[in-house]
Design a protein around this ligand. Structure first.
Ligand code: NAP
Length: 293
């Protein structure tokens, strides 16, 4: 980068904060875009404890930041600290993207956007009316499930079944989001949800490095061949669930695109260019994940 004269505007700096953030791929994604578009700026990891979060977010400008990403476990706290939240963040009560505007802290939640963009890029008719009518099944009721349930409801799915190991959590999520969300037990899936057009795994089953790495959250054999099966777990890229879907002739969609697309709105806010999710970026992250299958 060329030297700048004294007194020139400082280059915009953005961050990812969480506890921990050492595993985050966000610096790689945003660093790639900064370089690709020839922009001045930086994106850095800023680990922050729960105790230090309020001080950090209220002094962003002093620390030279224009905004950043917030990840586990600070998404709810970041929302609570905001001066302005957009509608999505309000519905979710959680934020993953923050920025300063006229000195005020603005927040949004782009997880649902990333999820939807990934599906749209992979299957052009994922939200066609016939598919909306058949409904969707969400496996899991944790943090990631919230953004996905909200997104599916906003898209207009006629029914959004939520199935979870701990049924009470599925009940709570369905009650919070209301119609068309319905909680069901894992055992009830074959009887009640086998006609859905879309299945989304948001449980951590199948994630490498865990005791459940070889497990699939559901047996897909009773579902229609035209079912779209999306696993948001992206380590490994091809999970046991996606292997099962491929074997049965269904349409598998991996979770990496969700991670890449959720980063787009933040980058545009902080650095002024709407970046593209390209195969080049995807390959860079896949290589970093050590899973170029
Ligand atoms: P979370 O809040 O901890 O929720 C975990 C979910 O997995 C819960 O529904 C939990 O069920 C279920 N679960 C965990 N162990 C299980 C087991 N042994 N058997 C059955 N169910 C089990 O986690 P999260 O933040 O939602 O994240 C979930 C996954 O999504 C992670 O693998 C994460 O990496 C991935 N993710 C991907 C993206 C992306 O951009 N692609 C974004 C966010 C998250 P109980 O309620 O019964 O405990």
């Amino acid at each position: 980068m060329a030297d700048r004269p004294l007194g020139a505007d400082p280059a915009p700096r953005a961050f990812v904060t969480g506890w921990p953030v050492s595993h985050s791929r966000s610096p790689m994604i945003h660093g790639h875009w900064l370089q690709k578009y020839g922009l001045r700026g930086a994106y850095v990891k800023h680990p922050c404890t729960a105790e230090d979060l309020a001080g950090f977010l209220t002094d962003l400008a002093d620390a030279g930041f224009v905004g950043g990403n917030v990840t586990i476990p600070h998404k709810e706290a970041a929302f609570a600290l905001a001066d302005h939240a957009d509608d999505t963040a309000k519905r979710l009560g959680a934020a993953n993207t923050v920025w300063l505007h006229d000195g005020a802290l603005h927040v949004s939640n782009t997880d649902g956007y990333g999820f939807a963009q990934n599906l749209a890029e992979s299957v052009s008719d994922w939200n066609a009316s016939e598919r909306l009518e058949r409904g969707a099944l969400v496996l899991g009721a944790g943090g990631a499930a919230r953004a996905i349930v909200d997104c599916l409801k906003q898209q207009g799915f006629s029914t959004v079944y939520i199935a979870n190991r701990t049924l009470a959590k599925a009940n709570a999520l369905a009650a919070e989001f209301g119609s068309p969300c319905t909680a069901i037990s894992m055992e009830d899936i074959p009887d009640r949800a086998s006609n859905v057009s879309l299945i989304v795994n948001t449980t951590s089953l199948g994630m490498e490095g865990t005791a459940q790495a070889a497990e699939s959250p559901v047996d897909l054999s009773g579902f229609s061949e035209d079912t779209i099966v999306n696993d948001i777990v992206y380590t490994p890229l091809i999970t046991p669930l996606l292997k099962q879907a491929t074997k049965l002739g269904m349409t598998p969609v991996d979770g990496l695109g969700m991670l890449l697309h959720q980063a787009v709105p933040g980058f545009e806010r902080w650095f002024g260019v709407r970046p593209e999710v390209t195969s080049e970026l995807r390959a860079l992250v896949v290589a970093d994940l050590g899973d170029a299958k």
